[in-house]
Design a protein around this ligand. Structure first.
Ligand code: MG
Ligand code: MG
Length: 267
């Protein structure tokens, strides 16, 4: 069942979504070789709790951490751990917060410098595809228009692998609401997008083939060919003329650019 939000609810959701951006900004400031994803998780969790919110992911469906941090061949749902990050690592950080009864859910992929050109291109194209998908989040379109925009840019145009088993989603009082938002599909298909629908759009794009598998921890999704994957996620409210993007990468990108250990030369 699709639940649309009132203008007041959308403002509360914006607050949650922007908080996720601030959490990811803290992560961007802290990232460097030698830190662990457990440290990143702890920093994020502390920030969320200190700011009067609750981590959305912790204990959801039994997930044990506040964040998902997926390194290199891990696509999503990576467990924070004590391994030291190193130069060239591709680190996707996915964070959710619950505040005022509404969830924010956003993700960003970082790379520790120096990085390879092919990795930077993957990040660039994945981020571009997110904005192309967001651009379709207007009244009159269908879910398939978003899905198709992501797919055309990533798999069709650049030959990357679009993960089929994982999808974006509606967002609100629950972290995962209807409709599902796949990153592949045909234009003009799927549910209509009503005014006030809030979506989490999140391309999960593999540098190589689309195939993934579940790690033995039961959660982490990895690429079958072992190549890296990228994940960017924004929250957006469907409106009549243009999409209202509730989350923001502004602080994250500024922190990324001023952190000499991160490679942001791709944008
Ligand atoms: Mg997420
Ligand atoms: Mg999500």
């Amino acid at each position: 069942m699709i639940v649309v939000k009132t203008p007041a609810e959308v403002e509360l959701m914006r607050e949650s979504a922007l908080m996720v951006g601030r959490v990811l900004t803290e992560v961007a400031r802290f990232l460097k070789p030698g830190v662990t994803t457990q440290q990143l998780n702890d920093l994020a969790e502390k920030y969320i709790l200190d700011n009067g919110a609750v981590p959305s992911f912790k204990n959801l469906y039994g997930y044990p951490f506040a964040t998902c941090i997926s390194v290199n061949d891990a696509v999503v749902h990576g467990f924070p751990n004590h391994q030291l990050l190193k130069e060239g690592d591709v680190i996707s950080v996915d964070v959710g917060v619950l505040k005022n009864g509404f969830h924010g859910d956003s993700a960003y992929t970082f790379v520790l410098a120096p990085s390879k050109g092919e990795v930077l291109k993957l990040l660039k194209v994945t981020k571009e595809s997110l904005y192309l998908g967001l651009g379709k989040a207007v009244v009159g379109n269908r879910v398939g228009d978003i899905s198709n925009a992501v797919f055309e840019h990533t798999e069709k145009k650049h030959g990357y692998g679009v993960v089929r088993d994982l999808v974006g989603h509606g967002l609100g009082r629950r972290l995962h609401e209807d409709p599902q938002v796949p990153n592949f599909g045909r234009k003009g298909t799927g549910p209509m997008l009503p005014d006030g629908l809030v979506l989490a759009i999140e391309p999960m794009i593999n540098m190589g083939k689309k195939d993934v598998y579940h790690d033995k921890d039961g959660w982490t999704i990895r690429t079958r060919d072992g190549l890296p994957s990228a994940h960017f996620e924004h929250n957006v409210c469907v409106r009549r003329n243009r999409p209202d993007i509730l989350s923001s990468f502004e602080g994250i990108e500024a922190a990324e650019k001023s952190n000499p250990y991160l490679d942001s030369s791709y944008y």
